[in-house]
Unconditional design. Sequence first.
Length: 310
Amino acid sequence: MKVVFLGTPDFAIPSLDALLQANFDVVAVITQPDKPRGRGHKMTPCAVKKFAMDKGLDVHSFTRIRRKEGVEFLKSIDFDVMVTAAFGQILTQEILDIPKYGCINVHASLLPKYRGPAPIQWAIIKGETETGITTMKTERGVDTGDILMQEVTPIYPDETAGELFDRLAGMGGDVLIKTLQGLEDASITPVAQDHDKATHFPMFAKEDGKIDFNKTAAEVHNLVRGVNPWPGAYVTLGSEILKVWKTEIIREKATRRPGTMVCCDSKNGVIVNTSDYQIALREIQFAGKRRMEAAAAMCGRELNTSEAFE
RNA sequence: CGCGGGGUAGAGCAGUCUGGUAGCUCGUCGGGCUCAUAACCCGGAGGUCAUGGGUUCAAAUCCCUUCCCCGCAA
């Protein structure tokens, strides 16, 4: 089958790679255009573009694929199926009607739950114990199309979004291939989603990484996992921002009001009260410094336990 | 040229402004105390102060080069 692949970030790479490994004919790869990224704001291509160019594929970028230029490009090439994976642009019906086998989307949740652009992170933040990959027919709505295949995987208690992201990205490639093969031999029947059970979560705002110690220790722990590595959890102490990369719930009841420190020294690290239990900040990072064990950080810096995190 | 912080012992930091003996906390090693210890006491080892050049009687410190790490912002 001749495939046109639309994807942008890291998550999409294993899917594209799986297509190549399975000898699908990837006739074109479409990504978001280069943007100024990183320190220095240098123009940088997205992950999929870099990968695809390394593989010698035909790569195109459109600010809006739905505009005339993009539509005309798609109509000008010969292909059978379109695959989207974290592409980041909404397609029009006109575009969806172009390929004979339609358009397939790879989504990193068990739809209809966790629709939207950040399903992996939100599943962790909400304390889910399992998630998965869903392939579906792409519709004009966001993640609303009929389900083709679904595979489940557990979310481990201390797993971070980054770790889960890597696993799901890999699974996404596998499920995508099975889905395409199923479509070819007509062994898959699309099933409509139960829209009443749908949940939708937005893209993260920078503030979403801020820890609220008025929540429970479990909720704090899930937030820290869910926003690691991006955008990263943080607390403020006075005017200073402290990023928190790893936490551990301590099975001791909180001793004082949420946000206050139980202790902070080079033996025990930093332990903070939440609304129920205590939580240890295991791996932290001060501005300008690299991330480090909390106990190590306390060797060269003293915090005052009378201060509280906000 | 988006803004900014940093590189000093195994770890985390101070010292740099104002040039003049390499410091602190932790770890580590040895000894002591103790029924015992992750606790306490005593002692030791461990540094080419990122890199290259310059100024100087003298540079971690002042000037310039290069490399690397990181926060914000995107």
